[in-house]
Design a protein around this ligand. Sequence first.
Ligand SMILES: *Cc1c(COP(=O)(O)O)cnc(C)c1O
Length: 361
Amino acid sequence: MDKAILDVVASSAYVMGPKVKEMETAFAEYTGMKHCIACNSGTDALLLALKAWDIHEGDAVFVPSFTFFASAEVIAMQGATPVFVDVDENTYNMDPADLQRKIEQTIKNGKWVPKAVIAVDLFGLPADFKAIRAVADHYGLYLLEDGAQGFGGMLEGQKACTFGDIATTSFFPAKPVGCYGDGGAIFTNNDEWAALMESYHIHGKGSDRYDNVRIGMNSRMDSIQAAVLLVKLKAFKDYELVDVNKVAERYTELLHDVVKTPVVPEGYFSSWAQYTIQVRDEQQRAELQTALKVLDIPTAIYYPIPMHRQTAFRYLNPEENHCPVSDRLAKTVISLPIHPYLSKEDQDVICAAVRKELKGH
Ligand SMILES: *Cc1c(COP(=O)(O)O)cnc(C)c1O
């Protein structure tokens, strides 16, 4: 890793150097997608996809309520309206039946035109793409896969970041493949959209960077991040993805009798961006978090506020964004430490503490 970084420093090609092309080729190859465009973050990747599809004011885009803010934020950044869809309580991913309901409701109320669905691979598990694809196709909607947490996951042997018409990922350090700062990527097999996103991410460039044919943005990837990602991708392929799955399996073995552990349905494979359990209620969660904190065991709440309750979205009608499962999960989920390098000894300490705290209940 040190050599990879120092080589970039020595080359002085800090932004969009040859390392970025190399990284794009490696990530396209891993997923099997025709185009990979590296950019500055997972958020920008989503935004660039919506730009390629010309999502704008008057359009409705369907997105799960239980997700990271960026999945929904980009819709509003384009001036379009996010319509929040509830999630499945076992997989934490978009509920296809509620997607259909929310599309029907949007058509009926006639204020916005349904244009796209953003399905999120939450916590590393691919969304239910068979069902979601069927609904999206039925209504003629674009399907965008937010694979920020999903890279490395699989559904019936097909890799995450290949299910959407466009798919995106993030290389923020906490994601399954993280760089040493911010980074993101976009995947598609569509040449026309790839060319548009290539242009939008460098100031709407035309034939060169000083020929600007559309209003774009600056979302280039730093060469150092690309060099880091090439090293990380190799480790991810060689052992990290396998090892993190072993850690997750062991958590489930040691905890499933005292708490609701994550569900990986038949045919699915997770890349475990998070290991998220569900406890009884907010109070039990607070007590568990405190008990673990005393032992220096970090935990996190992903996510405490569903999108339909966010202050930034208070202008939307709550009646149209009813998501009871997301509401409940926001109060009951808690994520335990997980990464490919978690030792059995540390995991035993974590599990013993969780068991001790929850057993009485
Ligand atoms: C992290 C994340 C993003 C945004 O990625 P950044 O690289 O942090 O901009 C988008 N969607 C989801 C689901 C995420 O977890």
